[in-house]
Ligand binder design. Structure first.
Ligand code: IMP
Length: 431
């Protein structure tokens, strides 16, 4: 039995794709457990680079079976678009290796419209959602009026469920947000036609995975977003609407608590965030421009899903320790260490000053009010000038880069097992 979990320890965009790619090459199943097409994973197949938002990126390995778990919200349009992209790249997307849990909920275009209207109406308090309808789809799930993948399989009741959903959203759009009504009949009919194409992929993925684990297969759970965007444990209310942390793997995939083997926390060598919300170590000016990049490279700090420039700052070890605790992280993978080359000195927040008191953890976790008031207390470390992007071993790293990684280990109490130093598959150091 072997379940490995890859989790982002920050606000998403940690570069989880690299470790997912490596681990899925050794896994039988690759599974997404929460979220939807708000995620963005850059995937390379041969010399083709494209972006997946919904389908687990481990599908690009020929031997894997890809699962979209019951904790997810799935946009059928995005799903089919990705299927098409994968097919064109020669990836097998047949229903025997690409499966959707019967329990996953569906996102309709109406959910997207509502998401965008709601966030716009928040004005200065806007969350800066991806506008993909994630929040409204999870609201419908919690309100027990959501549309589930299994509903597609019942042609007698599916159309009625879809129009009921559209009608409810229509009322909100018109009455709360003063928008023109949507054409429920037309939009429902189009949605039903598209959603029906998902039918061959739908099954009881929980039962499948439980059986597979009992039979000795290996499962990789691909985290999306990051710990600090978790609906319960993140910087509420500036979070997404799902459980992005390791416990969400169990409920999102329908697995028992004793199945977990490894929890790998992927941590960018500095901190980034898209959307609004507190960010104690946020930087502006020259160092920020250095960390963000110009946007000329696809891996510069601009959102994969929205193209928005990401906010950047120094690594925050207070938040990292918290992420390690709530996820039960057993090892760290540090990404984008190469980006730090050329900075004369580096900082890592090891504690906060909150109302004149020095603290190493926040009284109520990273709740947004406390985090806003927290001033980071940083350790300064020497930088390095060498380009480390071609380095393959720990011994070859400049002493200052080793020192930076060792400081992360000392501040977090967890070993760093992997360091990525560039966007290519081969650009990493294993320890
Ligand atoms: P939503 O998930 O679209 O509702 O957006 C809620 C918040 O989570 C916003 O700040 C988004 O920018 C952020 N968010 C959602 N998905 C991702 C992701 O994959 N990476 C980084 N931020 C994300």
């Amino acid at each position: 039995m072997s379940l490995s979990i890859v989790i982002g320890s920050q606000w998403g965009d940690e570069g989880k794709g690299r470790i997912v790619d490596l681990l899925s090459s050794q896994s039988d199943f690759v599974a997404r457990f929460s979220g939807g097409d708000n995620a963005g994973h850059t995937v390379t197949v041969g010399d083709q680079v494209f972006k997946l938002h919904t389908i687990p990126s481990g599908i690009v390995h020929k031997h894997t079976i890809a699962i979209l778990g019951g904790g997810m919200v799935i946009n059928p349009f995005t799903f089919l678009d990705e299927v098409q992209q994968l097919k064109e790249a020669g990836v097998d997307t047949s229903p025997n290796r690409l499966l959707i849990s019967h329990a996953a909920h569906l996102i309709t275009p109406a959910h997207r419209l509502l998401d965008q209207a709601q966030d716009a109406a928040r004005g200065k308090q806007a969350i800066g959602t991806t506008g993909r309808g994630i929040g409204p789809a999870y609201v419908d799930k919690a309100a027990r009026r959501g549309i589930r993948a299994r509903d597609i399989l019942d042609p007698a009741s599916f159309p009625q469920k879809v129009s009921a959903c559209y009608e409810t959203i229509n009322r909100s759009l018109v009455q709360l947000f003063g928008q023109n009504p949507i054409n429920v009949e037309e939009m429902s009919a189009e949605f039903i036609t598209v959603a029906n194409k998902l039918a061959p992929h739908i099954c009881d993925c929980g039962a499948l995975l439980r059986g597979a684990l009992t039979d000795g297969s290996s499962v990789l759970a691909e985290g999306a977003q990051g710990t600090l965007l978790d609906i319960d444990h993140g910087t509420y209310p500036f979070v997404t609407s799902s459980c992005t942390t390791a416990p969400g793997v169990l409920s999102g995939l329908g697995l028992g608590i004793r199945t977990v083997d490894r929890v790998i926390g992927v941590t960018k060598a500095f901190q980034t965030r898209v959307g609004s919300g507190p960010f104690p170590t946020e930087l502006e000016g020259e160092a920020a421009n250095h960390l963000r990049g110009s946007g000329a490279n696809p891996w510069d700090e601009f959102g994969t899903t929205t193209g928005r420039p990401r906010r950047v700052g120094w690594l925050d070890a207070v938040l990292l320790r918290y992420a390690i605790e709530v996820n039960g992280i057993t090892e760290l993978c540090i990404t984008k260490a190469d980006v730090l080359s050329g900075l004369a000195s580096l900082e890592i927040a090891s504690a906060y000053d909150l109302n004149g008191e020095q603290i190493k953890s926040l009284p109520f976790g990273p709740e947004s009010g406390d985090l806003e008031a927290a001033a980071p207390i940083c350790e300064e470390l020497p930088g390095w000038n060498e380009d480390i992007s071609q380095i393959k071993t720990w011994a070859e790293l400049p002493r200052q880069a080793q020192g930076y990684i060792e400081t992360i280990e000392a501040l977090s109490g967890v070993p760093v097992k992997m360091i990525s130093v560039g966007p290519e598959r081969s650009q990493y150091i294993s320890r």
